[in-house]
Design a protein around this ligand. Structure first.
Ligand SMILES: CC(C)(COP(=O)(O)OP(=O)(O)OC[C@H]1O[C@@H](n2cnc3c(N)ncnc32)[C@H](O)[C@@H]1OP(=O)(O)O)[C@@H](O)C(=O)NCCC(=O)NCCS
Length: 303
């Protein structure tokens, strides 16, 4: 298995022919779709493909911001040759595509339009559905988005108890949503140590939680709440990320990044302007597209 990464003008005629042949075999012939496969976006794309002894077996292309989506970089034309499916080529090409895109453009959100049957496949790489089903070229699709720096989503999975995964520091964690799995006294314990809410009474904390979207993070196997954050939103224009806190004994394990990455990857906040206030954590939020405004105030434009 050999991975190749090239811009259009760097490709040999043989490489280009091999890729276009496979794309036509899959997207036109196999999927019986007559929409133009050659759409004039290849000239500006970065092409990533995998070959083995039988030729090209997997492919995708990376598109700059403003091509497929006005505000996001995108991945498109993802495929594995029909005879090599379910053998790990799809995983290999996606991991390589995300790696190259991040290396080229930085830790940015990544957009793609997924055929609905492949939603679970893209979910494995941190992509989340952000639209209802729509028909593109006669085929049902979802719009999907992977939040910036969502590497914590790799190897993750969700069930009724929350989303569990591993941070880059190899700490296995679980993010939970809602009040049923987050105790007010645990949040009060965490907030007591903060400069902004150290004096906040428990009743006020409880009331604020009832009127917010609440998120907690646990280290796998530990009953103690390791981190907390909440979001206030009108669901139409703006969301406010507040009270982000990780237990002092658990700092440096990547839990803050995992929690913020999980929250900002939620489809609930896509398309909304984000705001927050921080004294010392600007660097964390800048990773997710927030920009410093006046003093402690940071904001992120609507997606
Ligand atoms: C989608 C596609 C690229 C997957 O490629 P693949 O080589 O079969 O994928 P892999 O064998 O590497 O599978 C990777 C993982 O995704 C899972 N997976 C594969 N297809 C899936 C699907 N349709 N739904 C959910 N999970 C899927 C596998 O079980 C595997 O899981 P694991 O690594 O946790 O064990 C392939 O089915 C394909 O080329 N389809 C035709 C072209 C197409 O429709 N592309 C999508 C355009 S949006």
């Amino acid at each position: 298995m050999e991975v190749h990464v090239k811009k259009f003008h760097e490709m040999t005629p043989e490489e280009l022919y091999g890729i276009l042949k496979l794309r036509v075999d899959v997207f036109v012939v196999e999927q019986k779709c007559t929409a133009p496969e050659l759409d004039d976006r290849d000239q500006e794309a970065i092409h990533v493909w995998i070959t083995d002894e039988d030729g090209v077996q997997a492919y995708l292309r990376l598109l700059d911001k403003g091509v497929e989506h006005e505000k996001y970089h995108a991945i498109g034309r993802v495929l594995t040759s029909e005879k090599k499916r379910s053998a790990g080529y799809g995983r290999a090409i996606m991991e390589e595509g995300i790696r190259v895109l991040t290396e080229t453009y930085g830790e940015v959100p990544i957009y793609l339009e997924a055929q609905t049957y492949a939603e679970g496949f893209y979910g494995k790489f941190g992509f989340k559905k952000i639209s209802d089903e729509f028909i593109l070229d006669g085929i049902p699709h979802y719009k999907m988005l992977r939040s910036a720096g969502a590497e914590a989503d790799k190897n993750g999975g969700a069930d009724e108890n929350g989303f569990s995964c591993e941070t880059s520091a190899k700490v296995r964690f679980r993010v939970v949503e809602g009040l049923s799995q987050i105790r007010v006294e645990d949040v009060a314990r965490l907030l007591k140590a903060t400069y902004w809410a150290g004096q906040r009474p428990a009743e006020k904390i409880e009331k604020s939680m009832r009127h917010s979207d609440c998120y907690g993070i646990y280290v796998e196997g530990e009953p103690r709440l390791a981190g907390f954050a909440r979001v206030i939103t009108d669901h139409a224009t703006t969301f406010y990320l507040a009270d982000v806190i990780v237990d002092e004994s658990r700092r440096g394990d990547g839990l803050g990044k995992a929690l913020v990455s999980y929250i900002l990857g939620s489809p609930k906040y896509v398309g909304l302007r984000g705001i927050l206030v921080t004294k010392d954590a600007h660097g964390l939020y800048e990773k997710y597209g927030f920009e410093r405004q006046d003093g402690r105030f940071m904001s992120r434009s609507s997606n």
